[in-house]
Design a protein around this ligand. Structure first.
Ligand SMILES: O=C(O)c1ccccc1N[C@@H]1O[C@H](COP(=O)(O)O)[C@@H](O)[C@H]1O
Length: 215
């Protein structure tokens, strides 16, 4: 019997991507607003894509250190269910974004080793959800979406924070079941692991990922 694991498919760029994620059983779909990303979409693109997202599937906008001008334009144009802050936003900025836009905020936290773990508690005090991702390599162009996993055993004793969280970073159809088992997470997020080429989603990999996560 399928489990209640919730899956977010991030970096969707086409109507076919949205259809693939929704029909596979994703709970969240993510749109990336970051110019350096191969998954970047414009506000106009996202507005059109959002229309295709079925009711019950949450639309998440991923932004990186976005200013109010950009977020004002984004939230005015696109019907969103959540904002994902994937840059170096401070806890104060997370609280400010939450208050200004009235949307749930998910803060991404990069983990490389145990010294990164205290940030989880810090942001748990202000965000609605956390995205626990691999820390990007120094000088990486992207703060996420690099297909890198971190040492999941770092989370082994820390399964329960006060707010919901998702596991991300280098997840694929082949390793997601093991990641769920090792970390105890109930939510997973993937981008490059369901692509046939960089920035190009593969409907078969999306279906396999969701099935494996829920198996
Ligand atoms: O996907 C991107 O291009 C991206 C750009 C900037 C910040 C975050 C990004 N992606 C997020 O990172 C996680 C992990 O990605 P991956 O599965 O390791 O490729 C992804 O789920 C997005 O939330």
């Amino acid at each position: 019997m399928p489990s209640n694991i919730r899956v977010k498919i991030c970096g969707l760029r086409t109507a076919a991507d949205v259809a693939a994620a929704a029909s596979a059983g994703a709970t969240y779909v993510g749109f990336v607003f970051f110019a350096k990303s191969p998954r970047n979409v414009s506000i106009e693109d996202a507005k059109a894509l959002a229309i295709d997202v079925p009711l019950g599937v949450a639309k998440v906008a991923l932004v990186v250190n976005a200013d109010d001008a950009f977020l004002d334009a984004l939230t005015a144009a696109v019907p969103l269910d959540m904002l994902q802050l994937h840059g170096s936003e401070t806890p104060e900025r997370v609280a400010e974004v939450k208050a200004r836009y009235g949307l749930p905020v998910m803060k991404a936290i990069g983990i490389a080793d145990a010294s990164d773990l205290p940030a989880i508690d810090t942001y748990a005090a202000v965000a609605d959800q956390l995205l626990i991702d691999a820390k990007p390599p120094k000088n990486a162009d992207l703060p996420g979406g690099n297909g890198l996993a971190f040492d999941w055993t770092l989370l082994a004793d820390r399964k329960y924070w006060t707010i919901p969280w998702m596991l991300a970073g280098g997840l694929t159809p082949d390793n997601v079941a093991e990641a769920v088992k090792r970390t105890g997470t109930t939510q997973v997020d993937v981008s490059s692991g369901v692509e046939g080429a960089v920035g190009v989603k593969d409907a078969g990999l999306i279906a396999s990922f969701v099935a494996a996560a829920k198996a």
